[in-house]
Design a protein around this ligand. Structure first.
Ligand SMILES: [Zn+2]
Ligand SMILES: [Zn+2]
Length: 451
């Protein structure tokens, strides 16, 4: 099957689709796996994943680093990066700041040259994204200093232009190391664009793990050349269109480079091997769940329904699932009386996004993690599973987390839910079933009390 596109931009960098639009468009085109790879930012990943939740579409977290060898731009893609990692966000903030300073410097130089382009115009064009030369070029067109976009580069801001300011430069090796540090796979983007053997060799020596062989602007000769090279150095193959959306040169590239799904399988295997992740036998532990939880999922659903019929809550699934956990044992019933469950769920559902909901829940005192974890199990509109220390412990055993934990932050919950959703897509089991299996595995393998 060829339904993969692993190189896509959103409005988080210089694309014209919002992350949500990108996901919707990708699903419309029948894609099954996409990677959001914005330039030097991970801001589009969470919104894209949120949008993909209800669709049969996997979003791989990615990034495209702008690096330099001498004056030549070299783009390094990072896949399966831990986009919630603090080291990464700090580094990206530094780079963004350096770019902003650079943009301001370019505008300053232009002003000195008598081109009075306004910094505010540039910022408005860039929106939430980092300011780059294309934004300045568009401002120059908008304010009538040049007729065409390309003239802005020819006349002023190109590499030999009078208003040129060099970038704060990241080398390919630095980008590869950073990607490595956050558990990702580093891939050389579109090697055929520059088609510079020396640079490609240098990047390979720096520890690149894959080549973006299939690319919208690669000729069949280039594809053959880089497939051969990848084989020689035992590198992964990846592919993507580099779609920047409909407002970019008038054509939508999304889905036009139909990469095969085995590329994703290989990428995933490499990611797991690198991070020491071993999958458990989901079917086996799913069967064990009724025994380990003390209650059958169907019974839990029934109990929730009964309480809903008494009219406690407006949002039945939510109440259902919150109550499921609170009735799982006498411990929870005592700790979480129905009126409190009701109150909490009502407040939580006034908030729109998952992160705020999680933050509020985690911050609540006197409610207790059990209720929080019960509410958080809304993996989608119809399915619920318990997310608690047992689930974390199993994911820890599988290699996803370095430490065991007793209480979670909102970030932790997001991580758990993301992993569960990913595993569900891969195994064709529902998210709830993955949750049950993870829970059962820990009961079978760990001593301890079961709430
Ligand atoms: Zn690129
Ligand atoms: Zn790109």
């Amino acid at each position: 099957m060829e339904n993969v596109d692993l190189h896509l931009h959103t409005t988080a960098s210089d694309g014209s689709y919002t992350p949500q639009e990108l996901v919707i468009e990708a699903a419309k085109r029948g894609l099954k796996t996409i990677a959001v790879t914005d330039h030097d930012t991970v801001a589009g990943i969470v919104p894209a994943m949120e949008q993909a939740k209800e669709l049969d579409l996997e979003v791989i977290p990615g990034i495209e680093f702008t690096t330099y060898v001498d004056n030549q731009e070299v783009h390094i893609l990072g896949y399966y990066i831990d986009h919630l990692d603090k080291t990464l966000s700090t580094k990206l903030a530094e780079l963004k700041d350096a770019r902003r300073t650079r943009g301001e410097k370019i505008v300053e130089k232009l002003n000195e040259l008598g081109v009075k382009v306004q910094w505010q115009t540039v910022q408005e064009i860039a929106g939430a994204g980092a300011v780059g030369r294309p934004h300045i070029a568009r401002a120059l067109v908008e304010e009538g200093y040049v007729k065409e976009f390309s003239k802005a580069f020819d006349k002023y801001i190109g590499d030999d232009g009078p208003a040129y300011v060099p970038k704060t430069q990241l080398t390919p090796k630095e980008a590869i190391e950073l990607i490595d540090e956050v558990g990702g796979i580093a891939v050389l983007a579109h090697p055929g664009l520059a088609d510079n053997n020396e640079i490609v060799n240098e990047v390979i020596e720096s520890g690149i793990e894959g080549l973006e062989v299939y690319y919208s602007k690669h000729t069949s000769d280039m594809i053959r050349k880089y497939v051969k090279l990848a084989k020689r150095y035992e590198l992964l193959l990846t592919g993507g269109s580099d779609c920047h959306g409909p407002e970019h040169k008038g054509e939508v590239l999304l889905g036009t480079v139909k990469a095969a799904d085995w590329l994703v399988t290989d990428l995933k295997e490499e990611y797991r091997a690198k991070n020491g992740i071993n999958l458990i036998d989901f079917d086996k532990y799913l069967k064990l769940y009724p025994k380990t939880s003390g209650l059958y999922p169907e019974e839990l659903q029934k109990i929730g329904k009964e309480y809903h019929q008494k009219g406690y809550l407006t949002k039945d699934e939510l109440y259902n699932l919150a109550h499921l956990n609170s009735t799982r044992s006498s411990y929870h019933v005592k700790k979480n009386p129905a009126y409190r469950v009701k109150k909490v769920t009502e407040i939580v559902y006034q908030l729109d996004d998952e992160f705020s909901q999680l933050t509020l829940l985690v911050g609540l005192t006197g409610i207790g993690i059990p209720t929080a974890s019960a509410i958080l199990t809304s993996l989608n509109d119809t399915e619920h599973a318990v997310i608690d220390t047992r689930v974390w412990a199993t994911l820890h055993q599988m290699g996803y987390f370095d430490v065991e934990k007793e209480s979670f932050t909102a970030d932790d919950y997001l991580r758990i839910m993301e992993i569960i959703r990913k595993l569900a897509l891969e195994t064709d089991l529902s998210t709830a079933k993955i949750g049950y299996a993870l829970f059962a595995y820990d009961v079978e393998h760990r001593e301890g009390t079961l709430h």
